[in-house]
Write a protein that binds this ligand. Structure first.
Ligand code: GLN
Length: 379
């Protein structure tokens, strides 16, 4: 095989979704809702399509959306931001790539916490930097200061923190955030904070960003996603939020990746972000579907791991009395029961847990019931 494949493996998400498209299996693998788009998005985008420019918008994003993102975080997270803090990207994955390209140089080390979203390590490597992994452990996936410190060297440049954490659905505590911030300031590290699940929380708490910790203002790039906020993953509207001087650096990387992002989608997201009723409605829908999946799993004898956020629920196979490793379980369940899942070891390098699978809950309850029945029969 082409040796370049080793640096850029095929993503498990596309693998599982392609299998579902080919076989008709129920897709609880890749995270996306099945519902039609919210009318707030579709009416706004239709208007922007006919009434506004379809030409290159400014590279950092249309002013309306940069303002709307700043206002949204002011309202929902108490952050004091201006338009100059916000750079719009073509999805959070582009934002992650841009932040890595902007902040790391060949030979730098970047701390990644495992399980790690599968784009991080390949992007770090293709930037010429070296990923250094810090393992989190189920069932609580807590951040341990000694483990973080042990991974730091004079070449460490940055850490990537995904909070809330995909796939686990856990959220860093106030103490953990303070600890991570202290490590960054003590060792002079940048923090690339992938916070795309910030609004998808079911513990009733307001999201707290590492950006708001003391000393983190000038060294944090906070990444968000309209796809997650509005359950419209194909829209690929994301952003980086950083102190203006840092934002000017990351926008240089963005300008050479995609340069701009479709303006009509940006205007539509700007309108929808201003309306808290839209996010509230979607949140209520996901809270309900999450309840259906989690209760159904428990009834069918699956051991659900604790989590309070994201579109995902993790199942502990050992504790469920299933003697298969996660990859075998996922391969067999999609083939034999027609239900796709994500083996968490796909988000891990080196030795780690092989007994956890992730299921997506943001689906119509009737579809979840069908998946649960098929899983219970098959188990
Ligand atoms: N974030 C999605 C998930 O975790 C996957 C996105 C993708 O496939 N690129 O399911």
């Amino acid at each position: 095989p082409n040796p370049l494949y080793a640096a850029m493996p095929a993503t498990i998400f596309e693998h599982m979704s392609a299998l579902c498209r080919a076989t008709g299996a129920i897709n609880l693998g890749q995270g996306f809702p099945d519902d039609p788009p919210h009318p707030a998005l579709t009416t706004a985008v239709a208007r922007a399509m006919t009434e506004r420019s379809q030409q290159y918008p400014p590279s950092p994003g249309v002013p309306e959306l940069r303002d709307a993102v700043a206002a949204f975080y002011g309202r929902t997270q108490g952050l004091a931001l201006t338009r100059d803090h916000v750079i719009i990207t073509s999805g959070a994955t582009e934002a992650i790539a841009a932040a890595i390209l902007a902040l790391t140089s060949p030979g730098d080390e970047v701390l990644l916490f495992q399980p790690a979203y599968d784009a991080y390590a390949p992007l770090v490597r293709r930037a010429g930097a070296v990923p250094v992994f810090v393992d989190l452990h189920p069932p609580h996936w807590r951040y341990d200061r000694a483990a973080v410190e042990a991974a730091i060297s004079p070449r460490t440049r940055a850490m990537i923190v995904n909070d809330p954490l995909n796939p686990a659905g856990t959220v860093a505590s106030a103490q953990e955030l303070a600890m991570l911030a202290d490590v960054c300031t003590t060792h002079g590290l940048f923090a690339i904070c992938d916070e795309v699940w910030e609004t998808v929380r079911f513990d009733g708490r307001r999201h707290a960003s590492l950006l708001a910790q003391p000393g983190m203002d000038a060294r944090t790039v906070k990444i968000g996603s309209a796809g997650k906020i509005f359950g419209a993953t194909g829209w690929k509207i994301g952003w980086m939020v950083a102190a203006p001087q840092l934002a000017q650096v990351t926008t240089r990387a963005h300008q050479f990746l995609t340069f701009t992002t479709p303006p009509m989608l940006q205007w539509a997201v700007a309108e929808a972000l201003a309306d808290d009723a839209v996010t509230g409605e979607l949140h209520a829908r996901w809270a309900q579907s999450r309840g259906v999946l989690n209760e159904g799993l428990v009834q069918a004898g699956f051991a659900v791991l604790p989590g309070v956020a994201t579109w995902f629920t993790c199942v502990d196979l050992n504790a469920s009395g299933i003697a298969l490793d996660d990859r075998t379980f996922s391969d067999r369940m999609v083939a034999e029961a027609g239900v796709a899942s994500i083996p968490v070891s796909a988000l891990w390098e080196g030795p780690g847990p092989r007994h956890v699978v992730r299921l997506c809950h943001c689906k119509p309850p009737a579809l979840l019931e069908r998946a649960l029945a098929a899983m219970a029969d098959w188990k």
